[in-house]
Design a protein around this ligand. Structure first.
Ligand SMILES: Nc1nc2c(ncn2[C@@H]2O[C@H](COP(=O)(O)OP(=O)(O)OP(=O)(O)O)[C@@H](O)[C@H]2O)c(=O)[nH]1
Ligand SMILES: [Mg+2]
Length: 292
């Protein structure tokens, strides 16, 4: 293990947050600032305790390349192919752009309650050290964005996968309350075939009605996806402890992916974590009677 230690899945209950629909609120941004251990406002960004992190709690320098064509994709890949890259995929409206805004603490990506908002592959270059990529949404369950995906997004996405970038891993987002549709299942199967290391993110955790339902939702999604890998419950808000915790978990994953040397090492790390988790669960399920 190289330094950065990870990451337990599972967070406690959250509350409903209508304000989140407006994106990152000023209160959320204030809370993001308060996540920092630093309370000395006079310091320059480089002197902050979190300055060593790829993505900081505040003051991130962000540059965005929005790619809507193969030519733009080629140009962005050439410019930023040397930086470690992590992408965010999932069904339209799953919360990809909101999660990126929350992670970075700035409104870098447009989020909307209308499916199909993100229509480009957005290279979000953070502090010139890591690229977080916002992908257009996979077909929505109601079929609204299927044509967009088939004609525009899918060719662009496959070109992205083939481009000469240092793509380490994917966060695959799924609204925790949604049924997994056939196209979503097919996409996850394809990512498995191409061996892209992936963490499942169950989004909108603040919308879970009661804590017991969290595992019910989780088990439905993982069963349908045949998922045995790592997962996280995510709320795109700093207004709850669960939201702040989920942000820290994802940032630790990103640090780890960047620190490891290659995609293969990221895959091995995720497998190792999943094996450790399975062993912990097996040990916990051995009753004192059967252990004796
Ligand atoms: N309650 C709640 N709402 C969220 C959360 N994350 C996202 N949303 C809402 O979900 C809707 C979709 O969010 P987006 O971030 O635009 O989703 P997306 O996956 O980028 O969608 P596309 O760009 O269409 O693929 C918006 O109304 C967001 O406010 C969350 O953690 N909690
Ligand atoms: Mg989006």
């Amino acid at each position: 293990m190289r330094g950065l230690l990870l990451i337990a899945s599972g967070v406690g209950a959250g509350s409903r947050l209508a304000a989140m629909r407006r994106g990152v609120s000023s209160a959320a941004l204030r809370a993001a600032v308060s996540l920092s251990d630093d309370s000395r406002p006079a310091e320059s960004p480089a002197e902050r305790p979190d300055a060593k992190h790829l993505v900081r709690n505040s003051g991130n320098r962000v540059h965005i390349e929005r790619c809507t064509s193969l030519a733009e994709l080629d140009a962005a890949a050439e410019r930023y192919g040397h930086l470690p890259q992590v992408c965010f995929a999932g069904e339209s409206n799953a919360g990809k752009s909101s999660m990126l805004n929350h992670l970075i603490g700035q409104r870098v990506s447009r989020s909307s309650s209308v499916a199909g908002k993100t229509r480009s592959i957005d290279f979000i270059v953070v502090n010139d050290r890591v690229v977080l990529t916002d992908l257009p949404g996979l077909p929505a369950r109601d079929g609204q964005t299927t044509q967009l995906w088939d004609t525009l997004f899918e060719p662009l996405f496959h070109a992205y996968l083939d481009s000469p970038i240092d793509l380490r891993a994917m966060f695959f987002l799924h609204d925790c309350r949604w049924r997994v549709s056939t196209p979503i299942r097919a996409f996850v199967d394809e990512m498995r075939r191409v061996e892209l290391p992936t963490v499942l993110v169950l989004t909108k955790d603040d919308q879970v009605e009661e804590p017991a339902m969290r595992n019910v939702h989780l088990s439905k999604v993982t069963k349908r996806l045949d998922w045995t890998g790592m997962h996280i419950h995510y709320s795109a808000t700093n207004e709850t402890p669960n939201g702040r915790k989920s942000r820290r978990q994802v940032l630790r994953y990103i640090e780890t992916f960047a620190e490891l040397g290659s995609r293969e090492e990221c895959a091995a790390k995720l497998e190792e974590l999943a094996a450790e988790r399975a062993a912990r669960r097996a040990a916990a399920s051995v009753s004192p009677a059967s252990a004796a």
